[in-house]
Design a protein around this ligand. Structure first.
Ligand SMILES: *Cc1c(COP(=O)(O)O)cnc(C)c1O
Length: 396
């Protein structure tokens, strides 16, 4: 691929030049106060992005997957029961991880393309009179299908059932892209990584632990060493880590939080929504459909686009790369081959999205999908003209 072209995989995302520079730094003594002056502001920035004052934030050298493992191993014991919903590859993999750790996972299967059915969680929790379920797992943005779930509704379901289960949320592809409210939604553990909404290279698992999740550290018996939050907390109190910290990424994280907070979270979310809506209008103009079955599920970070029968999504993605040097996402798991994905999260502008849509049109035409060249681009242009900064343009 040509590295001057933006990428449209749903993470890792394009990296702003300022963040590339922030990550690229000379070695410092990571056991000195110099490091503390980088670490603590990065953590404070993440807390603002998570919209929490109550939680403690920890940064592990890892990825989102390591964040899942941090969440479960620090709070649960072998045989503990958790409740989840399987609606795509990422929720599937978190369930699989729980099973491999010897947890007892009850999960609801919903068709890929739908969100978490909070009402069914409420029924199950209401029926769990002995409070065997310790944790409810929720994937906020299912990156495989481009589906957003309503986390506030999951919290209401837990409360309506009068159930004490904790709520752990995978926000890897939503945090920093669209609204996430850790304290307001009563999220006990929030999990993300550096390479999606934070626009950094991969390499950090970013986790927020509520006071209840911190209390669970004392009773949890699942084995943990590298991901032990107690060791990390002890390290932070002394401006250090239990091992060598990824200093450049932590410097980058502080710069990333500053960038998001300077743009303003509401503006960041509005930008993601506007770009996502441009992509959705293009998909409609092509006569194609999203994998997400209803507007309430539409994700502002990624769109998974269903292809007509006989068209292979993997061919769409490889053709884009080979012919035009542009990366889109393939379908994963149950929707492999049936969809291709356009990531529209992180550092993106209208102009970049238009370039991606025009490339997608060429590729779709190349592989035999009957799209009118320019139709999707025009639909997105119309949307962007009418929704970008003042003054508003006249309708074409
Ligand atoms: C990317 C992603 C992950 C984790 O991915 P890593 O490759 O481990 O960083 C988890 N959940 C969701 C929803 C994701 O999009």
């Amino acid at each position: 691929m040509n590295q001057q072209n933006p990428i449209f995989i749903p993470g890792p995302t394009n990296i702003p030049d300022a963040l590339r520079k922030a990550v690229d730094m000379q070695t410092i003594d990571h056991r000195s106060p110099v490091f503390g002056r980088m670490l603590h502001p990065a953590i404070e920035g993440v807390k603002k992005v998570l919209k929490t004052t109550a939680a403690q934030v920890f940064l592990f050298p890892s990825t989102g997957t390591g964040g899942w493992e941090t969440a479960i191993t620090n709070t649960l014991s072998p045989g503990d029961k958790v409740l989840a919903c399987r609606n795509g590859m990422f929720s599937h993999r978190w369930i699989d991880m729980c099973q491999r750790h010897g947890l007892d996972v009850e999960f609801i299967e919903v068709p890929w393309g739908e969100g978490i059915p909070a009402d069914r969680f409420e029924e199950i929790l209401t029926a769990d009179k002995d409070h065997k379920i310790k944790v409810v797992l929720a994937t906020h943005n299912e990156t495989a299908t481009g589906v957003r779930s309503d986390i506030a509704a999951v919290r209401r379901a837990i409360d309506a059932a009068g159930h004490p289960a904790m709520l752990f949320v995978d926000g890897v592809s939503s945090i920093g892209c669209y609204d996430f409210r850790m304290d307001e939604w009563g999220v006990d553990i929030a999990v993300t990584g550096s390479q999606k909404g934070f626009m950094l290279p991969p390499g950090l698992a970013i986790v927020g632990f509520s006071p209840r999740a911190m209390a669970a550290l004392e009773t949890a018996r699942l084995p943990r060493t590298f991901f032990d939050v107690r060791d990390m907390a002890t390290g932070y109190a002394r401006n250090g880590y239990p091992y060598t910290p990824p200093v450049g990424l932590i410097a980058g994280l502080k710069a990333s939080c500053d960038m998001l907070l300077n743009e303003g979270l509401d503006s960041v979310f509005a930008r993601h929504h506007r770009l996502a809506e441009g992509v959705r209008r293009a998909v409609a103009a092509w006569g194609l459909e999203l994998c997400a079955t209803r507007p309430e599920f539409y994700s502002d970070s990624v769109s998974a686009i269903r292809l007509p029968d006989g068209i292979d999504g993997n061919e769409v993605v490889s053709r884009a790369l080979d012919a035009y040097g542009v990366a889109f996402g393939t379908g994963l798991g149950d929707v492999a081959g049936k969809v291709f994905r356009i990531g529209h999260l992180g550092s993106l502008t209208e102009v970049m999205v238009l370039a991606g849509l025009s490339t997608a049109e060429m590729v779709l035409a190349d592989v035999g999908v009957p799209v009118q060249l320019g139709s999707g681009v025009a639909a997105a242009q119309d949307h962007f003209r009418m929704t970008t900064a003042e003054p508003r343009r006249k309708a074409a």
